[in-house]
Structures are given as structure tokens and as C-alpha cells.
Write a protein that binds this ligand. Structure first.
Ligand SMILES: Cc1cc2nc3c(=O)[nH]c(=O)nc-3n(C[C@H](O)[C@H](O)[C@H](O)COP(=O)(O)O)c2cc1C
Length: 198
């Protein structure tokens, strides 16, 4: 029998439309706490979470929908779908990298500032990605559905100013909500195609 953690890893699905049911503040706190417990490079915890709901969230959906018109067909369709997800979810969590690691870590690591920028940027992105995955898994554990919206990187500057985080780096937004519909696991490539033992 799988542990609860392994069950949640297996059962988590990307859900893009949500039922009209709110999420309790204590459940929001639980998923944010799980995100905040993620590993991070040099324990810098270089993330911020922005919780958006109500009228402000509808403003965000409107912004994404309007911006979609500036892009060619496929990316425009993905942005419009993202806007629908944001609109139908009761809660959206924005995830932003603080950029602090990029600013200060070259001193911490005694590395040349110019050459280490990319290294620290990647470390921040990887740390925030770990936080997002924790958030998704905690939500799954609470019966809350979610989707990781990376396509919003296309409008990252608009997202940052919407989140009032202009000094940071946009990572993603995650709509959270309930869905009665069950989703089958999309096809996943076999482990054999992905793993080699040396
Ligand atoms: C970095 C990243 C970015 C993603 N961006 C989007 C997105 O912009 N829109 C979307 O609908 N799904 C997005 N997804 C969700 C993927 O489409 C989804 O994980 C994949 O199709 C597998 O389905 P599953 O999550 O149900 O296993 C993203 C996932 C990741 C990890």
C-alpha cells in the first residue's frame, strides 16, 4: 500500500476549471505553510506568495484575458485558458522569486558577481519550483485541485506589477479550487525511457 505522500504524488492532476465553492482560510494557510517548508538553495527561502481572491482575482483574470490578444494563436489560447482558470478558481496564489539570492549570494559564496548571476537565478527558480510542488501536493492532500500556470511568464512584467512585486522575478500563478470532475492521469512516459543506471 502507498503512503499518503506517494498517493498524493500519484493522484495530483492539473485541473483548469473549478466549481463554485470557496476554500477556507485555514486550508490556504496549510498549503502556504507546505510551500514555505520546501527546500531552498542555501536555505535562502527566496520566494514570496501572493494570495489573490474576490474582485482583485477577477481583475487578474481580466488582465490575462486582455493581454492574450497580443500573442499569436497558440499562446493566446493558453493565456485565455489561464484567464478562465483564474476566473473560476476561488483563490489564486502567485509565486515570485525575491531576487535576494541573486543580489547577495555572490558575497556569501565568494563568487564573481557577474559570472554567478545565472547560477543564483537558476537556484532561485529551482527553489521556488520546489515550493510550488509542495503547494500542489498539500492542496491535493486537502482535496483541493490546482494547476501550475507557467504560461503567464509571457506577461511576467504585467504579473509582477499586478502582484505589487516589481523588484522580484515572476515564477508562476496557481489557481486553487474544488472540482467534482475526476481527471484521468495523462499519458506519462515510462521510467525506462527516463532512467539509466551507471
Ligand atoms: C513549469 C510548468 C508550467 C506549466 N504551465 C501550465 C500552463 O501555463 N497552463 C496549463 O494549463 N498547465 C500548465 N502546466 C501543467 C501541465 O500542463 C501538466 O502538469 C501536464 O499536462 C501533466 O498533467 P498533470 O499535471 O495532470 O500530471 C504547467 C506545469 C509545469 C510543471
Amino acid at each position: 500500500m502507498l503512503s499518503a505522500v506517494l498517493e498524493n504524488i500519484r493522484n495530483r492532476r492539473s485541473v483548469r476549471l473549478f466549481d463554485n465553492k470557496d476554500i477556507s482560510e485555514s486550508d490556504i494557510q496549510t498549503v502556504l505553510q507546505a510551500a514555505n517548508h520546501a527546500p531552498s538553495a542555501h536555505n535562502q527561502q527566496s520566494w514570496r506568495f501572493i494570495v489573490v481572491r474576490g474582485a482583485k482575482k477577477q481583475d487578474l483574470a481580466g488582465l490575462v484575458s486582455r493581454k492574450a490578444a497580443d500573442f499569436p494563436k497558440t499562446s493566446s489560447a493558453l493565456l485565455r485558458m489561464a484567464a478562465r482558470s483564474i476566473s473560476s478558481a476561488p483563490v489564486v496564489v502567485g509565486v515570485v522569486n525575491t531576487g535576494e539570492m541573486i543580489k547577495h549570494a555572490s558575497d556569501l559564496f565568494s563568487l564573481d558577481r557577474r559570472n554567478s548571476q545565472e547560477f543564483f537565478k537558476v537556484m532561485e527558480i529551482q527553489s521556488s519550483a520546489a515550493a510550488i510542488q509542495n503547494l500542489l501536493l498539500a492542496a491535493t492532500d486537502l482535496g483541493i485541485s490546482s494547476v501550475w500556470l507557467g504560461v503567464l511568464m509571457l506577461i511576467k512584467d504585467d504579473m509582477l506589477s499586478f502582484f505589487e512585486e516589481s523588484d522580484g522575478e515572476f515564477m508562476a500563478a496557481v489557481p486553487l479550487g474544488y472540482s467534482e470532475k475526476t481527471k484521468a492521469m495523462p499519458s506519462k512516459k515510462s521510467l525506462e525511457a527516463k532512467v539509466k543506471y551507471l
